[in-house]
Design a protein around this ligand. Sequence first.
Ligand code: NAI
Length: 289
Amino acid sequence: MNLRKYLKRGLQYVRYGIPEKPVYAQISTLAPNELLKERTALITGGTSGIGYDISKAFLLAGAKVIITGRNKEKVDKACNSLSQETGLNTISGIQMDITDVPSFQPKLESIIKLAGPIDILVNNAGILGGNINNSTEVEFDKVIQTNLKGVFFLSQLVGRYFKRNNIHGNILNVASSSSLRPATSAYTISKWGIRGLTLGLARILAPYDIVVNGIAPGPTATPMLMRNGVRDDIALRKSLAGRYATPEEIANMSVVLVSNMSRMVIGDIVYMTGGAGLLTNDDINYNFD
Ligand code: NAI
């Protein structure tokens, strides 16, 4: 354990006392299945965290998966480990920066050439930041461009592609408990935007049998919040659930939401927040320095 971790743990002991026992997540994982057989999913930001686990769960549910990321090497590395972990070769990847809107059309063409027609889009890529206490304009713009503008234009493109080709597909947006919290950062504002956009896309695409929903994780054990994700201590004492969500839990629900088990779930956002945003916001300190 490194020094930072010792200090963090020490601070937690001082504030909350020594925990009686370690916190475990009691979760069930979907067994390999055919819920997404003959489906092809494009997942943005699949190189780590929630996007990685969604990719893995989709592969194990029978889908072909294409992941994107900013860095080609990281994309290739993630594809290799997804292939090793699942024993499947139905994974491929492409370098695509979600802030580079003009690249979307040619990238989509390459993706279709690589993997065939797609019928699922998961808008997952995202970054934290832009707190009102210290945000610069550049940081604010970067968060909004990554978390909201990119999702808007990629959904516009893929929505048109589904409609033109009569593909009865799915779009799943990764929202957040922040979609409900008082907005004091570019991040929170971007996730409020995702909530609204999910409703809007669902409304205009439903007549074409294109199903749009969102999934909203609360604090989740990924590199976004914890360097080593679920390998770190997942206790989160300020949360009602007492722990972080695991990316695997978010991935399980994502499979169900884009599968044909959920064709009547339209414009919904499934909150997997351990109560955060819905019942309390106590896991966050609000201040104005
Ligand atoms: P992560 O940092 O592990 O993964 C983020 C992914 O997005 C990475 O694959 C990264 O390469 C990719 N990405 C970032 N900027 C990009 C860009 N410009 N172009 C392409 N890809 C880019 O974080 P995590 O936690 O897996 O986040 C995934 C989504 O889940 C994000 O939208 C995040 O806002 C959301 N979320 C995460 C929560 C958490 O507590 N970890 C809670 C609620 C929502």
